[in-house]
Design a protein around this ligand. Structure first.
Ligand code: AMP
Length: 483
């Protein structure tokens, strides 16, 4: 069956309760990855799928799993009737929550149960639902292993394993965790691996964990979405901020994600933008999960117009109609560019991705162009002198310096993070709101720095009473800012 012959979901042979949910979601036509992956997955084949963010990959793996599990669905209240049959691993809690939300939607007319577990929240809150039994478990690797250690779940009946955003999992240093998890699963199972980029390491991972996988790709690996207009401005480091303000003014009332490399620079930028009449909220890994989710919800709802984000925080964000992405700092890892600009131009919509390149970053941008096999048009930034640079405004501190940034970094457990904008002030001003959503994807974990990160995060963990096995998704974030 080719993707051209599939014009609707019914032709894929999916069960009625799933078709009903799909229809209620407003989907009329399978996306290319769905058209290719669903028939193969229904034939119990292992898949290695290359699909960019926003291609509909979550439904591509969820629907065939739900379809296959449907005959096993039970309305019994006995936990024994609801063993974990499908395990979906995702690198970040944001992505895990999003995947779970999708699965819940697709399964809503079935008796199949699902839940999600991720780090950064009290493990005890996740136990009751696991006790009642779920067929589909979405998890971040670290937290899953915490549950295994606490014996709150069993993986010995898993029939499906999904590795979502596998490239990110490797970037975050999850390989040892993945190996431990894989060793706990039955050998006889179907494996579905999704990755936006295909590095040699990803191919090695596929060789190790998949059984003779079929390779499917909906776009050239490491390709960027044709719907996204990409441009770049050459701009001096000290003029970037001013130029960004200029740019944001060109897109009034439109949602934008501004990417920085580290938590610290995201936080700095958000604070500086606030001083430039752009109120900001700094949200980072040391803040509670609830606060991070609230920021994402506010962004999705349109209350917050701009998000200053590091790669980890923005990873897996499912935001429809995001028209603009700004690469404020160019990542040293060229694949990050593909992920970043994948935030816009989703599901066939048009998007714009603008990169601001300073003299030190041209070499990283060259690498990006090599990776995507495309030259991005560049022009010299015309920085208007009428826009007051944020940093030159008198700050609240009388010295004109932002004292907070002169301090060495300390995790929030030890010191309260600066409160750039409160919900109240955001509500008060009808101006563009920026949230800095912070994480650490630019961080490339090595066994050494990951151990260090775990140790560091372990400190804040004591406070939140989380187990010693710290989820690596948090650990990576902490390491980022300290590097
Ligand atoms: P994903 O790549 O799984 O993150 O999906 C990106 C977005 O596309 C999500 O908002 C999905 O709800 C949406 N989506 C998935 N499949 C379809 C489809 N067949 N038609 C329209 N939208 C879809």
């Amino acid at each position: 069956m080719t993707e051209q012959t599939i014009v609707d979901f019914r032709a894929l042979g999916l069960a009625e309760p799933l078709l009903k949910a799909i229809e209620e979601s407003g989907y009329t036509t399978p996306t290319p990855i769905q058209a290719q992956a669903i028939p193969l997955a229904l034939q119990h084949m292992d898949l290695m799928a290359g699909a960019q963010t926003g291609t509909g990959k979550t439904a591509a793996f969820s629907l065939p799993i739900l379809h296959t599990l449907l005959p096993l669905a039970s309305t019994s209240t006995s936990p024994a009737k609801h063993p974990i049959r499908a395990l979906v691993l995702a690198p970040t809690r944001e992505l895990a929550i999003q995947v779970y939300d999708n699965i819940k939607t697709y399964a809503k007319h079935t008796a199949l149960r699902s839940t999600v577990v991720y780090g950064g929240v009290d493990i005890k809150t996740q136990m009751p639902i696991l006790k009642t039994g779920v067929e589909i478990l979405v998890a971040t690797p670290g937290r899953l292993l915490d549950h295994v250690e606490q014996k709150t779940l069993s993986l010995n009946q898993v029939q499906f394993l999904v590795l979502d955003e596998a490239d990110r999992m490797l970037d975050m240093g999850f390989m040892p965790d993945l190996k431990r998890i894989l060793a706990l699963l039955p050998k006889q199972r179907q494996n579905l691996m999704f990755s936006a980029t295909f590095s040699d390491e990803i191919k090695k991972l596929a060789d190790a964990f998949l059984n003779n996988p079929t390779l499917i790709e909906v776009a050239r690996s490491n390709a960027t979405n044709d719907n996204v207009e990409q441009k770049a401005f050459l701009v001096n480091t000290d003029q970037k901020q001013r130029f960004l303000v200029q740019l944001l003014k060109q897109y009034p009332n439109q949602q934008v994600i501004v990417f920085t490399k580290t938590k610290l620079s995201a936080s700095k930028l958000a604070r500086a933008l606030e001083r430039d009449q752009v109120p900001c909220s700094a949200i980072h890994g040391d803040k509670s999960q609830k606060e991070r989710i609230e920021a994402l919800d506010a962004f999705k709802a349109g209350t917050i117009h701009a998000l200053v984000a590091t790669d980890v925080a923005a990873r897996g964000l499912d935001i429809t109609d995001l028209p603009l992405v700004v690469n404020y700092e160019i990542s040293t890892a060229p694949e990050d560019y593909v992920h970043r600009i994948g935030r816009t131009g989703r599901a066939g919509a048009k998007g714009i991705a603008i990169s601001l390149i300073d003299e030190d970053e041209t070499k990283y941008f060259d690498e990006i162009e090599k990776l995507i096999k495309k030259q991005i048009p560049k022009e010299k930034a015309n920085v208007s002198s009428s826009t007051t640079p944020a940093r030159s405004r008198p700050s609240k501190a009388s010295s004109g310096k932002d004292a907070w940034f002169e301090q060495p970094y300390q995790p929030a457990a030890a010191t309260a993070a600066p409160k750039a904008v409160t919900a109240k002030s955001a509500a008060n001003v009808k101006r563009k709101v920026v949230a800095a959503l912070l994480g650490g994807f630019g961080f490339k974990a090595t066994p050494q720095n990951r151990t260090q990160a775990k140790r560091t995060t372990g400190r804040s963990k004591q406070k939140s009473d989380l187990p010693a096995h710290q989820p690596a998704e948090n650990a990576a974030e902490t390491a980022n800012i300290e590097s």
